[in-house]
Design a protein around this ligand. Structure first.
Ligand code: IPE
Length: 261
């Protein structure tokens, strides 16, 4: 099983409002289709972030920090609706490219406790894979027993599914060629051993991002490979032609940044 996340920074213009990069979405969908044709046994789960769709509304209502008032609950519904609008564009592009994409709504089954996912339905994702489909999940809102409601990022949804799906790879396709050092060069490999050395180079995020920038992403990815020893993570660019396809075909030598134990 491979998890592929299409970052919000890749598929949208994160500095705008609901601005999709339609040409990127279309090309990446074609690359996924080509990779599946080359390897029909590929069990692929696609996820996508919010970019300029979810984050702007979520920031306005502070949804990640909790949901209480009538107005905040309205915002909760609006954040979800924005994500569904983007999800529709992604799944339509995948279907048009010949990929049997099936959208599965994380907020329909995820439950959180103080911002952490405590349960999520993995069975429909597995059933979709068994049926030869490509399940598509996304960063979404979620009900929370402590703080009412919150936001769950694509990575958090994927992490919650990892126990049951046991992915060998998590590929994170973004707008940067990998994790960059202070000189702007791609760091080929990050482990718990060199994390402290490269930490000063990790910044936040361009545009509005309620789920944290690069530092928190790398940190949680290191925690994830620690918890899932058979998992490796690769951060690649989706802006360059053919990289997503190459990463799906041969993830072990696809360039970008490898995060592993
Ligand atoms: C954010 O998901 C989802 C919402 C704001 C609702 P992600 O955290 O996975 O999105 P990106 O990739 O950073 O945009």
């Amino acid at each position: 099983v491979i998890f592929l996340k299409l970052g919000g920074s890749l598929i949208t213009d994160k500095t705008g409002v609901e601005a999709v990069r339609q040409n990127v979405v279309r090309r990446v969908a074609m690359e996924i289709a080509t990779a599946r044709q080359a390897n029909p046994g590929l069990r692929l789960v696609v996820g996508h972030g919010g970019g300029s769709f979810g984050h702007v509304v979520a920031a306005k209502f502070g949804t990640r920090q909790g949901v209480e008032t009538v107005e905040q609950w309205h915002g909760f519904a609006e954040v979800h609706a924005a994500m569904v609008r983007l999800n529709r564009l992604v799944t339509e592009a995948l279907l048009a490219a010949g990929v049997p994409a099936l959208s599965l709504q994380p907020s329909a089954s995820a439950l959180c406790e103080n911002g952490r996912i405590t349960q999520i339905a993995a069975a429909p994702v597995l059933a979709a894979l068994d049926a030869g489909l490509v399940p598509v999940i996304y960063g979404d809102v979620a009900f929370d027993s402590e703080i009412g409601g919150t936001i769950i990022s694509t990575e958090e949804v994927m992490m919650a599914l990892a126990d049951e799906l046991q992915p060998a790879w998590l590929l994170l396709a973004g707008e940067v060629p990998g994790v960059l050092d202070l000189q702007g060069e791609v760091i080929p490999k990050i482990t718990a051993v060199n994390f402290d050395d490269i930490k000063p180079a990790l910044g936040g995020s361009r545009g509005t991002d309620v789920t944290g920038g690069m530092t928190s992403k790398v940190k949680s990815m290191l925690a994830l490979v620690d918890a899932q020893p058979s998992l490796s993570i690769r951060i690649v660019t989706g802006l360059e032609n053919g990289i997503v396809q190459a990463a799906l075909t041969a993830p072990e030598n696809a360039g970008g940044t490898l995060i592993s134990r």
